[in-house]
Design a protein around this ligand. Structure first.
Ligand code: NAD
Length: 398
């Protein structure tokens, strides 16, 4: 079949296998170009491994440190001649490349929040890998069924306490219009914490520890976002911010558990990038379009892979040491948050309209990045060629 993008709002319903493979290959090359990371992880579990920050973490661990990787994700396989989701094709490409270099790379596709998937993961680690020395927790999900009470909770992206009005970018129709988001109810706040807070991360770590599968010196990291004050009502101070506060508190408990093994758990605050998760957050795509313009001009632009390469190479491994902010978090968003960058972003923030979107922001860059998430717009890919969407993941554990 000829695979074309079918964008609906902030999602693309199709994905291109060859384009996704190219996107993964480009990320592998970024890591290889920077050279090996000494003292890096050797046995890595990545929860949320198929797209965005989790995929980049997997690529950086495998191709920077020669790590064995087990990836967990929830992706749509190819069915009835429809395309799979991008994360499926990304993983197929990643594993093919890893296997070519003799690296162990296997995956489990299913609900990471369930105990069933945790048990399958534990079996696979026991049988095939041995104790894990890095657990990356990089899930972004709209819902979670809690295995303890059996309830399904939904996350919302809303302000707390009062409504919030700001300019929003409809990326599909290229329109800047004000939106007002009504404040979350107490139940919505609690549900968001249930989904995106630290409860599930802690459950993973406890179950791995009980099974004796956390190695001496094991590290675990979860990703967070803070961003500028213009997005705080809907992010940092909103429902998702409450969930992130919960995950920060959880990091301290997991850290105490790993300290006994001379390891650590921490939160890394990463920069704003275009991912399937971030494109769904109101106001954020407009902010990212402006940010890209400013950071590219300052030659400070980074995507997921450059961020994680910096984390592994200059903060976690390679003879480096973690540096924490006042709240005990690692700050990979340091370049984004530089005062001169934020000053320029803020100056543009109130000026951007539908008419000035091209001149004042990097809307084209945002769109290009978004399409690349689904394997479209990559150089050297023939998008008119007939493609077989049925691409298997070679190391998938059924
Ligand atoms: P993403 O949408 O690209 O990736 C989400 C991953 O979670 C995918 O691998 C997906 O398959 C997996 N997943 C979702 N539900 C699942 C389930 N039930 N079971 C198993 N796997 C499931 O998201 P992302 O933007 O890379 O976000 C990852 C983390 O990074 C989040 O904690 C996010 O808050 C954080 N972060 C993102 C940004 C950003 O700008 N995108 C910035 C800073 C921090």
């Amino acid at each position: 079949m000829i695979i074309k993008p079918r964008v609906r709002g902030f999602v693309c319903l199709t994905a291109h296998p060859e384009g996704c493979a190219k996107h993964v290959e480009e990320q592998i090359q970024v890591i290889k170009k920077s050279g090996p990371v000494s003292g890096g992880p050797k046995n890595v579990l990545i929860i949320g491994a198929s797209t965005g920050y989790g995929l980049s973490s997997r690529i950086a661990a495998a191709f920077g440190s020669g790590a064995s990787t087990l990836g967990i994700f929830f992706e749509r396989p190819p069915m009835n001649d429809g395309t799979a989701s991008a994360g499926w094709y990304n993983t197929a490409a990643f594993e093919t490349a890893a296997h070519k270099e003799g690296l162990y790379a296997r995956s489990l596709n299913g609900d990471a929040f369930s105990d069933e998937l945790k048990e399958k993961t534990i079996d696979a680690i026991k049988n095939e890998m041995g104790p894990i020395d890095l657990v990356v927790y990089s899930l972004a999900s709209p819902r979670r069924t809690d295995p303890v009470d059996g309830e399904t909770y939904r996350s919302t992206l809303k302000p707390i306490g009062r409504s919030f009005t700001a300019n929003n970018l409809d990326t599909d129709r290229k329109l800047v219009t004000p939106i007002t988001i009504e404040p979350a109810t107490e139940e919505e706040i609690q549900s968001t914490v249930k989904v995106m807070g630290g409860e599930d991360w802690e459950r993973w770590m406890e179950q791995l520890e009980s099974a004796g599968l956390l190695a001496e010196g094991c590290h675990s990291v979860a990703y967070d976002y803070v961003g500028p004050e213009v997005t705080w009502p809907v992010y940092h101070n909103g429902t998702i911010g409450q969930a992130k506060k919960h995950i920060r508190d959880t990091a301290q408990r997991i850290d105490a558990m790993l300290k006994i093994k001379r390891g650590s758990a921490f939160i890394s605050v990463n920069k704003a990038v275009v991912t399937q998760a971030s494109s769904a957050i109101p106001v954020v795509p407009l902010y990212i379009s402006i940010l890209f313009k400013i950071m590219k001009k300052a030659d400070l632009h980074e995507d997921c892979i450059q961020q994680i390469d910096r984390l592994f190479r200059t903060m976690m491994y390679n003879g480096s040491a973690l540096r924490f902010d006042d709240e005990g978090r690692v700050r990979l968003d340091d370049w984004e948050m530089r005062p001169e960058i934020q000053k320029d972003v803020l100056e543009l923030w109130d000026q951007v309209t539908t008419e000035t979107i091209d001149s004042l922001t990097d809307f084209d860059g945002y769109q290009e990045n978004f399409m690349r998430l689904f394997g479209f717009g990559l150089e050297g890919v023939d998008y008119d060629a007939d493609m077989d969407p049925n691409v298997p993941i070679p190391g998938l554990i059924e």
